[in-house]
Design a protein around this ligand. Structure first.
Ligand SMILES: Cc1cc2nc3c(=O)[nH]c(=O)nc-3n(C[C@H](O)[C@H](O)[C@H](O)COP(=O)(O)O)c2cc1C
Ligand code: SF4
Length: 506
């Protein structure tokens, strides 16, 4: 009998082969896993990328997902979606889908398993015809810093002290000090596990794609050093399903690692933003619906398989070998009273969008002028989202340093530093409606304030006149009573608009 944690991978294999999940196949899978058919059905139907089919239903020959995130929406994604629906063969399913982590190449499309940048009809048709191109065989990962750990040149304490000294904080959005988290996991009774959070679903964020694309060996080395330091016996990488090209590369790279090292299990998500929340991610790795838990997972009894689990973001782990190779790497790099470096995913109305590794604490104008070639011609900075969908709107006139803890006084946060730049060409009300619909779509539905609150807010924001008192009430309840950060942060969208842009809130 296969273990339950392989259920989602098996669902993927089934869908890859048959184009969808039919009831009879799910019943067979349930028998194989010795689970109730309802458990397999509820798990499969939770995830947007699994296509539930009746037994006699024909599966589409391919699925085309058109990103409807804010940066793609402002570059014509809706028209592209309409054009693809009308023009592609009827046996191809064309769907709108949340952010694909290609905001710097908007509009983005996932055509089958091919990410299409600055997509148009011709490029998508060609991608469907050609299919994914095989990635070249990777050179074996060098892992020189890991070698220093294994040969005794670096001790576990020295590693954790270097992380503390560097000021490295969790880059998945919460900013928890990394050294402190590693110590807390290492202090718990083994066996322990390491989980790499490569779910990157915050609209506007694409830095983890960048690091996995340009330096996958450094990310893997960071994970291996984490596992060595906290003495974990395996590593689980949870990679979002929107990155099939990176799955291929990572699988190839993992295969080059010498035998006998810490085993690395590469798992695919299945299209659910909430899986980025670490306890939901753990549930998903266990082969269940991704319902966030009430407590942080690095508390021993609630980690993956009930074991103490260190969960780190891709970028956090990317920095680990760099810091151990150069402990002063962040020294003297900050701006406007901040220290270190920060990775910003910049998209929207700038001349050169992309991933920018820049001094921590730049203002948005400094970031745009010094790292993005200025605004796109004809556009003037009016507003920006400093932390993707969750981080709220700020007006151009408010320019706090873009760093952890500096946005909160203005009603938002930096999160994973997804800076979406908006101009006079953008209707902020429409952007707010887009983001609110995103949260309503992605709410896991476990708790009432978020399940009903996000849906009600989406409906309220579509009305010609906004009911401010009701929106205030809703925000209060959602912030106080939602189980996880999704429901707690969603009100930032409309509350920040009401606060800074009352002219867009009718
Ligand atoms: C709704 C929600 C979505 C999240 N999405 C991600 C994500 O995509 N990637 C990520 O690394 N962290 C995400 N996080 C943060 C994780 O819960 C967690 O803090 C992080 O993975 C810990 O790693 P770090 O300390 O290296 O940042 C999310 C949190 C919430 C509440
Ligand atoms: S806040 Fe939303 S996403 Fe989080 S547990 Fe509650 S319903 Fe699920």
């Amino acid at each position: 009998m296969p273990p339950r944690n392989l259920l989602i991978e098996r669902l993927h294999q089934l869908q890859d082969r048959l184009g969808g999940l039919r009831r009879r196949d799910l019943a067979a899978l349930a028998a194989e896993f010795r689970l109730a058919p309802s458990e397999v059905f509820e798990t499969a139907s939770f995830y947007a990328h699994f296509r539930m089919l009746d037994d006699d239903e024909t599966a589409p020959t391919a699925t085309v997902r058109v990103c409807n995130g804010p940066s793609c929406a402002m570059r014509g994604a809706a028209a592209l979606h309409g054009g693809l629906r009308a023009g592609l063969a009827p046996d191809i399913a064309v769907e709108e889908a949340p952010c694909m982590g290609l905001c710097d190449h908007a509009p983005a499309v996932l055509a089958g398993k091919v990410p299409v940048r600055t997509a148009d009809f011709a490029k998508v048709s060609e991608a469907l015809k050609q299919g994914p191109s095989p990635s070249p065989a990777p050179s074996p990962a060098a892992c020189r810093t890991l070698a220093r750990c294994l040969d005794g040149s670096l001790s576990r304490d020295a590693v954790m002290a270097a992380l503390d000294g560097s000021g490295l904080r969790g880059m998945g959005g919460a900013g928890f000090p990394t050294g402190r988290k590693w110590r807390s996991v290492a202090a718990q009774a083994g066996p322990r596990l390491v989980v790499v959070n490569a779910d990157e679903g915050e609209p506007g964020t694409f830095k983890d794609r960048h690091f996995l694309d340009t330096a996958p060996d450094q990310v893997l080395e960071g994970a291996l050093i984490a596992a060595w330091t906290v003495q974990a016996d395996s590593i689980h990488i949870y990679l979002r399903d929107e990155y099939p090209d990176l799955h291929q590369r990572l699988a190839g790279l993992i295969a080059t690692l010498p035998a006998g090292g810490t085993p690395i299990h590469l798992r695919r998500g299945a299209g659910a933003y909430v899986c980025g929340e670490e306890s939901a991610l753990i549930e998903s790795l266990e082969g269940k619906r991704a319902l966030p838990r009430q407590r942080p997972p690095y508390v021993a009894e609630v980690g993956l398989f009930g074991r103490p689990t260190l969960v780190n973001n891709v970028e956090t782990l990317y920095w680990v070998p760099a810091i151990l190779g150069n402990p002063g790497i962040f020294d003297g790099q900050g701006r406007n009273g901040q220290k270190g470096l920060h990775t910003y995913s910049v998209s929207g109305r700038v001349a050169r969008p992309g991933v920018k590794i820049a001094p921590n604490g730049l203002t948005v104008t400094e970031l745009i002028d010094e790292f993005c070639g200025g605004m796109e011609p004809g556009h003037r900075l009016v507003a920006y989202l400093p932390g993707g969908a969750s981080g709220g709107f700020l007006p151009a006139s408010l320019q706090p340093p873009l760093a952890f803890g500096t946005i909160e006084p203005h009603g938002g946060f930096i999160g994973s530093a997804a800076v979406i730049v908006l101009s006079q060409a953008d209707d902020l009300r429409v952007v707010a409606q887009n983001l609110t619909r995103f949260f309503a779509h992605e709410s896991c539905g476990q708790c009432t304030p978020c399940r009903l609150g996000t849906a009600q807010a989406a409906e309220l924001l579509d009305r010609p006149v906004w009911d401010r008192d009701l929106l205030d009430d809703l925000s209060h309840v959602m912030r106080q009573a939602s189980i996880c950060g999704l429901g707690q942060a969603a009100p930032n969208v409309w509350q920040s608009l009401l606060r800074h842009f009352p002219e867009f809130a009718p």
